[in-house]
Design a protein around this ligand. Structure first.
Ligand code: HSE
Length: 311
């Protein structure tokens, strides 16, 4: 039975996870976006309100990722004229490297499916949300959208066909996410990457990605720690983030299993074996920024295992 309004949430996410550029991501707690759908009288989907719209996101459904994702679900079902109104609560900053647009896209597609009483399967919703997210950075990759929708760690075996697989998560694992208040455009962060990967780096990175997956299945923290090393993307992007290597050293000294750039940056993340280590890293990084009198927001988060949900 349809209950309205239909209020849904999709979490923020960390893409790449050091060893899986464009093919690996995980969802985090607390941050994310909310979409609320309700019956309307005017034909079609309309965005009536965007709360906390600091980034001045468009209310045009063809330009707004949440709107487009929801509209794609309607189009897929041949019901574009159904009168529906959408409100969006932006509950996270834009341009952080934490998958803000993916979270909106996942929330939009998931909410429309929930509003209609779940006529579409998960893969259709993933496709609609990934198409929508493409509006934001022009590239087709599901390493933010898939974890936002499904929760946990998700591996994208193949982006074009959206062949995705959810991975188990080692119990107790936490992420410390460090958002320095600087701006890096995803497009710029992608444009600086070399088209070529040296064979030696490819060998190292494939070994690390495979070992990462094995570590999750075996609940092997030692193997996870050894595998969290990005020899391809991080060396090219680190220069965009002031003091990246000092912050990384600090996190590793304080017990992080690994530390790297979250998505296209500027946020960074540490994966930690438990909450005591996560707290120590969060305190040390906060002090580092305080000493430099530079602003930072630190999220000390469990891995979100639930993904998009209806309240
Ligand atoms: N995998 C993407 C990147 C995530 O690193 O550019 C950000 O959209």
């Amino acid at each position: 039975m349809k209950t309205i309004p239909c209020k849904c949430f999709a979490p923020a996410s960390v893409a790449n996870v050091a060893v899986g550029y464009d093919v690996l991501g995980f969802a985090i707690e607390e941050l994310g976006d909310e979409v609320i759908l309700n019956d309307a009288t005017k034909k079609g989907l309309e965005i009536t309100l965007i709360r906390n719209n600091k980034a001045k996101l468009s209310k045009n459904i063809k330009e707004n990722v949440a709107g487009f994702a929801a509209w794609r679900v309607m189009q897929h079902l041949g019901i574009e004229d159904l009168p529906v109104k959408m409100e969006i609560n932006k509950r996270m900053p834009v341009g952080t490297g934490l998958g803000s647009s993916a979270s909106s896209a996942a929330a939009g597609a998931f909410a429309m499916n929930a509003f209609l009483d779940f006529p579409c399967d998960k893969m259709t919703i993933l496709r609609c949300a990934t198409e929508a997210e493409q509006i934001a950075d022009g590239a087709w990759h599901a390493d933010n959208v898939a974890p936002s929708l499904f929760g946990g760690f998700v591996l994208i075996r193949d982006n074009p066909s959206l062949d995705v697989v959810g991975l188990p998560c080692i119990p107790g694992l936490r992420a410390v996410v460090v958002y320095p208040h600087i701006k890096i455009l995803t497009k710029d962060s992608r444009d600086i990457l070399s088209e070529n990967v040296p064979l030696k780096s490819h060998i190292k990175q494939s070994g690390n990605l495979a070992a990462f997956v094995a570590a999750m299945y075996k609940s092997d923290l030692g193997l996870l720690e050894r595998s969290l090393e990005d020899v391809v993307i991080e060396p090219q992007r680190a220069k965009l983030i002031p003091d990246f290597y000092s912050i990384k050293d600090l996190a590793l000294e304080n017990g992080a299993l690994g530390f790297s750039i979250s998505g296209a940056g500027p946020s960074m993340f540490a994966l930690c074996a438990n909450s005591v280590i996560a707290d120590n890293i969060a305190d040390a990084v906060q002090k580092f920024f305080d000493d430099k009198k530079r602003p930072v927001t630190i999220y000390n988060s469990a891995i979100n295992l639930e993904g998009a949900k209806r309240y």
